[in-house]
Design a protein around this ligand. Structure first.
Ligand code: ZN
Ligand code: MN
Length: 128
C-alpha cells in the first residue's frame, strides 16, 4: 500500500468521517470540511475519497441511487434507507441469509449487502 501524504485536507476529511454514522455524500463532506478549509475543492474531496476507498479506509455505498454515500465503518453490515429523506442507518444484527447452491450460478460468493427501504420516524410524522 502506497503511503499517501497526510495533507491538511485529507486529515480534515478523515477527522470528519471518524465515527461518523450519517453515511454522508461527497457533497456533505465537502460542505463540512470547507468550513475549516475554505480552499478545499470538491475534486479534492472526490480524489481523497477514491484514495481512502482503495485503502479500505472507507466504504462506498450505492444504496442511495441519487448519490454515492460513504461509510468509515468498513466492517460487514447492512443498511436501512428512508425512501423520502434518504437517511441511512446501520443494521447491526447478523442476518442469516444464505443463497442456495442451486441459485449461485457457479459463482464463488464473496460477500453480500442487504438493503431495507422504508420511512424513518420523522418522515412518518410528516405524512399526515
Ligand atoms: Zn426520512
Ligand atoms: Mn453503515
Amino acid at each position: 500500500m502506497a503511503m499517501t501524504r497526510l495533507t491538511p485536507q485529507r486529515a480534515a476529511i478523515l477527522e470528519y468521517l471518524d465515527g461518523n454514522t450519517d453515511h454522508p455524500s461527497a457533497e456533505d463532506i465537502y460542505r463540512a470540511v470547507r468550513r475549516r478549509y475554505p480552499m478545499i475543492s470538491l475534486a479534492t474531496v472526490y480524489n481523497t475519497l477514491d484514495a481512502l476507498k482503495q485503502e479500505d479506509a472507507v466504504m462506498e455505498l450505492s444504496i442511495d441511487t441519487a448519490r454515492k454515500r460513504y461509510d468509515p465503518d468498513t466492517r460487514p453490515h447492512n443498511h436501512l434507507i428512508c425512501t423520502t429523506c434518504k437517511r441511512i442507518v446501520d443494521i447491526r444484527v447478523r442476518l442469516p441469509l444464505r443463497l442456495p447452491k442451486s441459485e449461485q450460478s457457479g459463482f464463488k460468493i464473496t460477500g453480500k449487502h442487504v438493503e431495507f427501504y422504508g420511512l424513518c420516524p420523522d418522515c412518518q410524522d410528516a405524512q399526515v
